[in-house]
Write a protein that binds this ligand. Structure first.
Ligand SMILES: C[S@@+](CC[C@H](N)C(=O)[O-])C[C@H]1O[C@@H](n2cnc3c(N)ncnc32)[C@H](O)[C@@H]1O
Ligand code: SF4
Ligand code: SF4
Length: 291
């Protein structure tokens, strides 16, 4: 029987924005995009062993910079029958034409990352003066949902310290109402590799695997060069098990390197200075400090 996983296939790691808290702009972040034919090869490899419960198509970059995206979504919905397919975008490329083609391809959910509620702040954070354009694109998508694609989910996310009620009020003013928005996620700043350089007093931090943002035992991450990675927060490719275009998925998943990573979570024992150690320490700093 096939094992059920959530799959994150990161089909594009290029990005046109430079959000100040994100590691994408760092030169150490792999930049690539998956071609439709490679997507099919990797998925055919994976699906011999894996039943996909949900499929995320974005992680470390701007997914709409991959022009094969609609074909990838269509394939995932109609041929692979994945129940829930979604992505997150900064919305810059989600113009009228793409709104139609994306909804027509069968996407289940789209999340707009709008990391400020006004033009000035947006420019300071995204380092691009695209606030008005992005809001216009969001409004068009909402109108399309309301007229023809009622079941599609639309979310907004924002990385901020502002209170959720203030964020909701601001987006309500911008959009008129929030009737078509399924939810607004307010994210606190999380660990990203370029922030690993900050001082973390790890002597006081309890490394607790329950602070992990994904479920490494239930999730599979595939990088934009079609290699099997471990986590969508691994911007600098610290953990890579090999290409899924050249290797059998199960051989890599059951290989010693992957087993070693999973074992760290089972034992709750992480190599000091490693990706997961730094990530859990960063979370732990605010959450769980020993006396
Ligand atoms: C890295 S982006 C990639 C997809 C797309 N470019 C976007 O912005 O939605 C995925 C999500 O991670 C969030 N993100 C990036 N860096 C973050 C950080 N340091 N802390 C919290 N969330 C972060 C973004 O705001 C976005 O919602
Ligand atoms: S958060 Fe998204 S839009 Fe902003 S720099 Fe990172 S990948 Fe690009
Ligand atoms: S880097 Fe490690 S600890 Fe952090 S979210 Fe990813 S798997 Fe979990």
């Amino acid at each position: 029987m096939r094992k059920e996983f959530k799959v994150n296939f990161d089909v594009c790691t290029y990005c046109n924005h430079g959000c100040t808290f994100c590691s994408n702009a760092d030169v150490k972040t792999l930049k690539d995009k998956v071609k439709y034919k490679d997507y099919v090869s990797v998925m055919d490899n994976l699906l011999k062993y894996v039943k996909i419960s949900e499929l995320a198509l974005s992680a470390k970059g701007e997914v709409l910079m991959n022009n094969d995206l609609e074909k990838i979504i269509y394939q995932s919905k109609t041929i692979y029958k994945v129940p829930y397919v979604y992505f997150s975008t900064n919305g810059y490329y989600l113009d009228t034409k793409r709104a139609h083609s994306l909804l027509e391809s069968g996407i289940d959910s789209i999340k707009f990352s709008i990391n400020a509620t006004n033009k000035e702040e947006y420019q300071k954070i995204h380092l691009k003066d695209d606030f008005d354009r992005v809001i216009k694109h969001l409004k068009y998508l909402i109108a399309l949902k309301q007229s023809q694609y009622k079941s599609v989910k639309i979310f907004i996310s924002i990385v901020t310290n502002d209170a959720k009620e203030d964020v909701i009020k601001a987006f309500r003013e911008l959009l008129g109402d929030l009737d078509a928005i399924n939810d607004i996620f307010v994210y606190k700043l999380q660990y990203r590799p370029h922030q690993g350089g900050i001082e973390i007093d790890t002597s006081k931090v309890i490394i607790d695997n329950s602070n992990c943002l994904i479920s490494p035992l239930k999730e599979v991450y595939i990088n934009s060069d079609c290699s099997l990675g471990f986590c969508c927060l691994d911007y600098f490719d610290e953990i890579n098990f090999g290409s899924l275009l050249e290797n059998d998925f199960m051989k890599l998943y059951e290989g010693n390197e992957y087993k070693k990573m999973r074992q760290q979570f089972v034992d709750n024992n992480f190599e000091k200075g490693s990706l997961c150690y730094n990530c859990l320490a960063y979370e732990g700093l605010n959450k769980k400090v020993s006396s």
